[in-house]
Design a binder for this molecule. Structure first.
Ligand SMILES: Cc1cc2nc3c(=O)[nH]c(=O)nc-3n(C[C@H](O)[C@H](O)[C@H](O)COP(=O)(O)OP(=O)(O)OC[C@H]3O[C@@H](n4cnc5c(N)ncnc54)[C@H](O)[C@@H]3O)c2cc1C
Length: 274
């Protein structure tokens, strides 16, 4: 895997990036960061040669190019409408998905990030409600990220790094898939789930998952965040066994244990101080 960036998937938290790289290497892959591709040529028989800036070449059977996406608003006459376009080339809209021209709405990739199918569908629904003068429900900022790599990666809410940037004191609970019976039954016990909880209340603020089924598993955490559930929720509820959902319970126990240890230490200190 060749990329200009020093590390792959820079928009993800460190633990997930490390998990992805570990999995890539364990499958015999190699990440070459800081490398810019200048060109690729097929030898006309069986090999593709990729030429990197600086002269290095890489030979392989197949090259798969995945360069990201940009909005394509050209050639459909938007310039004649004098629609407000931002510096990144996206149509500007307000919270009702209405452009600067009353009665013209925009949604999806045309208005920029997160540029996901799930977000686009929701934005379109809200734009349609607004266009028909119906009150749209409050906008949720909770959009999950799903990366269909092998293994899958998914996250929702705050990561530990984002919580630190917002000066929110958090406890991070972790469950290794190797601790989950279902992962062994499924024959793939690699991966982990991380629960980011507010230290003071144990309220769930974020979930990160890497491993088989991560993009499905993340939604239970999303529901917990949306309903302001705490780590205790995953302990008090009875879930099917064996299922991957057990990872939530294990991570929640980890959070509860860390809070209990911290509280005991605090009590001991208070007693020692008289
Ligand atoms: C390779 C790839 C993988 C992706 N994977 C995921 C993923 O795993 N999960 C996810 O959530 N999102 C994913 N996305 C993003 C997702 O596809 C987009 O965010 C989503 O489709 C945006 O919806 P949209 O309606 O804004 O645009 P689009 O789905 O692009 O729809 C725009 C439509 O307008 C039509 N159109 C264009 N010009 C004209 C014209 N002049 N006249 C009439 N019709 C026109 C096009 O044909 C198209 O049907 C992926 C995108 C790509 C390219």
């Amino acid at each position: 895997m060749v990329d200009k960036a020093a590390e792959p998937l820079g928009f993800l938290d460190l633990a997930l990036r490390a998990g992805f790289l570990d999995a890539l290497r364990s499958m015999g892959g190699h990440y070459r960061g800081g490398a810019e591709v200048e060109g690729a040529r097929f030898d006309g028989f069986s090999q593709v040669e990729v030429v990197l800036k600086g002269g290095d070449t890489l030979k392989s059977d197949i090259v798969f190019a995945a360069f990201g996406r940009v909005a394509n608003l050209d050639g459909i006459g938007l310039d004649r409408l004098k629609l407000a376009i931002n510096t990144r080339g996206h149509v500007q809209v307000n919270e009702r998905f209405e452009t600067n021209i009353p009665g013209i709405y925009a949604a999806g990739d045309a208005i920029g990030p997160p540029a996901l199918a799930c977000a686009a569908a929701d934005q379109g629904r809200r734009a349609a409600l607004a266009a028909f003068g119906l009150p749209p429900p409050a906008i949720t900022s909770l959009v999950p990220t799903g990366v269909y790599t092998i293994p899958e990666i998914a996250c929702v809410g705050l990561s530990q790094t984002e919580a630190a940037a917002k000066k929110i004191d958090v406890i991070v609970g972790r469950a290794e898939f190797a601790e989950v019976a279902r992962a062994h039954i499924a024959g793939d016990p690699t991966g982990f789930l991380v629960l980011v909880c507010e230290r003071a209340t144990a309220r769930v603020l974020g979930v990160q998952v890497i491993g088989d089924g991560a993009t499905e598993l993340v939604h239970l955490g999303q529901a917990a965040i949306a309903t302001s559930a705490t780590a205790e929720f995953f302990v008090e509820q009875i879930f099917n066994f064996p299922t991957m959902t057990e990872a939530y319970r294990i991570a929640a126990f980890d959070v509860i244990k860390q809070r209990a240890v911290a509280q005991t230490a605090h009590l001991k200190l208070a007693r020692a101080a008289g």
